[in-house]
Design a protein around this ligand. Structure first.
Ligand code: SF4
Ligand code: SF4
Length: 267
């Protein structure tokens, strides 16, 4: 539970700081997940939103551009989809849906019924950029449940609640890890960044007893193809660095580690 608790602390603290900035004028973290400022100085912008604005042909403000580069550098170092597990509020809802789905054993009744490729998120990502350039607006930002929910949490829930309920019901009854694992283009964008990131999870096949608990809890099981076979880092960008595999591993075979770009990994 260690990483789960830390992640929830991180997610709730970030939203609380945004809320505090709006409600009480705090200066620690102002704005929202699309565009913020830390201590009124360091800008942080959503690099995917900046990319859409760029494709839309609009002028990107210098502050926003710098903020996008700061965020990009941050997530290359920390891990692209660390945004998903440690920052994004939707993740709390989708992980809850996944947990309830497991408890109710819903998957058993749906075996083979709903098959959608996880690559859909990359197709949606490309489509959003094409649509941005055709219509001259940041296409996904209009519909983004992440923006709707974050704004709702900071400024007062309204349509944000409906969005959360829809995503929860979809993930619970229709498709396991439906939104985050299949459709969210922002998660797809951070997956692409995550391929280069410094912090990784490493699997030690020598101590692994092949209980497969890590695969049971992992929201992106394909990234754990090496489990019980090879001692390798989880290098696929889809890993959300959630640490769930580390939390459940009783063999101490999963650990966070810093990637050595020069060293060839032992097999
Ligand atoms: S996949 Fe999208 S909605 Fe899900 S946690 Fe990541 S950014 Fe948030
Ligand atoms: S490999 Fe581990 S850290 Fe990565 S997504 Fe799966 S459970 Fe989370």
């Amino acid at each position: 539970m260690k990483y789960l608790i830390l992640r929830r602390l991180s997610q709730f603290s970030i939203i609380f700081l945004y809320f505090g900035a709006n409600a009480w004028g705090w200066k620690i973290l102002q704005g929202n997940l699309s565009s913020s400022k830390i201590f009124e100085t360091i800008p942080m912008s959503d690099p995917y939103a900046i990319l859409q604005i760029f494709f839309a042909g609009s002028v990107v403000a210098v502050d926003a551009l710098i903020g996008g580069l700061v965020a990009l550098a941050f997530y290359v170092i920390i891990g692209g989809r660390a945004f998903c597990s440690w920052v994004c509020p939707i993740n709390i809802v989708t992980e809850t849906a996944s947990y309830v789905r497991g408890k109710l054993n819903i998957q058993k009744y749906q075996e083979g019924r709903v098959i959608i490729t996880r690559n859909s998120r990359y197709y949606i990502l490309v489509t959003s950029l094409v649509l941005s350039s055709i219509f001259g607006v940041a296409a996904f930002e209009f519909l983004s449940p992440i923006s709707i929910v974050t704004r709702g949490l900071i400024f007062g829930l309204g349509v944000g609640v409906a969005t959360l309920v829809l995503i929860f019901l979809f993930d619970l009854f229709v498709l396991k890890d439906g939104w985050c694992g299949h459709f969210c283009p922002l998660g797809g964008f951070y997956s692409l960044i995550g391929r280069f990131s410094l912090i990784r999870v490493k699997h030690n096949a020598e101590t692994c007893t092949a209980c497969m608990k890590c695969k049971e809890v992992c929201p992106e099981k394909d990234v754990l193809f090496m489990v019980s076979k090879e001692s390798l880092s989880v290098n696929m960008g889809e890993c959300t660095l959630c640490g769930r595999c580390i939390d459940v591993c009783g063999d101490n075979s999963m650990k966070f580690h810093i990637r050595d770009y020069l060293k060839k990994e032992s097999k």
